[in-house]
Design a protein around this ligand. Sequence first.
Ligand code: SF4
Length: 372
Amino acid sequence: MKISAPRMGNLHLIIRDLADRFDLDYVEPPVFDEDTLKIGAALAPETACLPLKAVLGTFIKLLESGCETLLMGGGSGPCRFGYYGEILDRVLSREGYEFNLIIIDPPSTSIREFYNGIRKALPRDRYRLSKVARELLLALRKVGLYDEVEKFAMALRGIELEKGIVDHTVTEANKIAAGAYSKREINAARADIQNLFNSIPVDDPSGHLKIGLVGEIFIVLEPFFNFDIDRWLGKRGVIVERSVHITDTVWLSAKNPVFGHSEHEIARAAAPYLSCEVGGDGLLTVGGTVIFAQNNFDAVVHFLPFTCMPEVIAKTVLSRVSRELSIPVLSLTIDEQTGKAGVETRLEALLDLAQGSKLRREQAAPGLLPAI
Ligand code: SF4
């Protein structure tokens, strides 16, 4: 059976890795474009949030190219994501497609359901539990590797002394990561990748702006929807870091390993502004913004899909965070009508504000930011 899953940042790399491990006939999902979004938006419920429309468009393209088995993440908590598998199933059936949709709950919700979902995607009775568990753990370890490559790239692109060397290194590093399967190979790949990035000649970072990216994971991770913000900022000499990574969605513990802060630390940072879980990435958006402010970032860009309830709540709270911690925050609401030119104009204005904020902070005595 031909199998595939929607894109979301590095997710396709990890599905490809799992397909290699279990000898599945994997079909790479198409890169998001206007056509995919148009197909999804035409058939999805009008008020559905952007990720559903984008995933629906992807699934239709995959089914029309001969793929029959589709993987979709499940979810729980106060956001609509948990219903999306069911909605996709109904819309695709209504449109007359024949398919097998497998909904996989994240391991943080239920390890048993996660395992059961993965099991449905594997040929029946071919793999023992021990083999499935071992390969899954290795694959999860590898997701972190791809995320670390992105983290290095965002940190270094804005200060590279040789134009284009970071993007070139990303390609090399991803090739190294793709070839690592065993624990020993993944550890060796991690060391090689660190060496590659450490050897890049860079400018003194103190003269460069630092900007944090927060928001709904799908938009923050997908370049088509965030207008390739990592590169856009990198080209303008900005050091970038994000609060969300694909590892967070599949990691077994409560640590967001790539961002480097546990859920407890994030909730504690957010607590003066937002003290309860609001679904999706809302709490992480607020906590992440506070952590960026505490770490002397010069501004934060917040991405939210139109009609995303958790991020609308976070947006309301962020205006107070911005005021009290003196950090400019730009919230960008993204839907299928959002135009690149308008977003770029607002980002340029944010860079001016961030420059002013950096100057003021450098002139002020250290330690003025409130410690939380
Ligand atoms: S987090 Fe927001 S955009 Fe994402 S599924 Fe939930 S409501 Fe939709």
